[in-house]
Design a protein around this ligand. Structure first.
Ligand code: SAH
Length: 253
């Protein structure tokens, strides 16, 4: 991939990443093949790339820009402000800046906050969408995100602060959404699971854990809401958890 030229017809009408601009770029869930052509073009035009923890080595190899790690580190609570300020400073210094985020930049990745801060600072910015982890997980475990027999709605939720985040809405979302897709849900899963059972979700409802989706380490485990406790502690890595009647593996349905 590193020898793709932007001077071929396919790329000729693509936007130019100008000096002093920041692009928030989605890197997809891990597999290099799931980068968009716009993301590829952005990586090849950038002078500097601020990347997150979940970005794979293979994707970072595509760019010859200066790579700066901008993921969270334990114990650094104001890290987000620092990252945002670094993006602003790099743009003001005249660099062509890519902020590379896992999945889609506007899904649970604080991309929205970074975009607002860039707007407030008067820095021109563009969003390059990416394949979000839910889509990668659905594809690699062959679980449809919508299916006429099961669900015509799907809910993406964050498992962080599961107890407080949804307040009153928790009951309706938890009980009525036919397919729940949990991001960052592994740590709090037992609490979330009990909450779902508590509001009346059926214990026999299928659950899938999909870890490291679209990468060689990918792993899918099927269980039910009633007995999830026996499997979830054995999983690690970035994990999507899908809960709903339609959550059945390709060779289980
Ligand atoms: N912006 C990202 C999400 C960032 S939040 C996106 O659109 O996908 C980080 C969470 O995403 C992880 O805790 C995990 O729940 C999920 N995730 C990211 N990459 C994943 C992968 N390859 N497989 C499974 N889950 C993943």
């Amino acid at each position: 991939v590193d020898s793709v030229s932007l001077d071929v017809p396919l790329f000729r009408d693509f936007p130019t990443l100008s000096s002093g601009h920041v692009w928030l770029v989605g890197a997809g869930p891990g597999d290099v093949g799931l980068l968009t052509l716009h993301a590829l073009s952005a990586l090849q035009q950038a002078d500097v790339v601020y990347y997150d923890a979940l970005i794979s080595e293979d994707i970072l190899k595509i760019t010859s820009a200066t790579l700066i790690y901008a993921g969270k580190k334990a114990g650094e609570s104001c890290r987000q402000d620092r990252i945002t300020q670094d993006l602003i400073d790099a743009a003001r210094a005249g660099h062509r800046v890519v902020r590379l985020k896992g999945g889609d930049p506007l899904v649970f990745g604080r991309g929205g906050e970074e975009m607002q801060a860039l707007h407030a600072a008067g820095i021109p910015c563009r969003i390059i969408p990416g394949v979000t982890a839910a889509q990668g997980a659905a594809a690699c475990s062959q679980i449809p995100l919508t299916h006429r027999d099961h669900n015509s709605a799907v809910t993406f939720l964050s498992g962080h602060q599961a107890e407080t985040l949804y307040g009153e809405a928790w009951h309706d979302i938890g009980l009525r959404s036919p397919l729940l897709v949990l991001y960052m849900g592994l740590k709090n899963f037992d609490k979330i699971r009990l909450r779902l059972l508590d509001v009346g979700r059926c214990p026999t409802q299928p659950v899938a854990f999909i870890s490291a989706a679209t990468t060689p380490q990918q792993k899918t485990v099927f269980t039910t809401l009633g007995d999830s406790l026996t499997v979830w502690p054995h999983l690690s890595g970035p994990t999507i958890i899908m809960i709903g009647e339609g959550v059945v593996g390709a060779n289980q349905g």
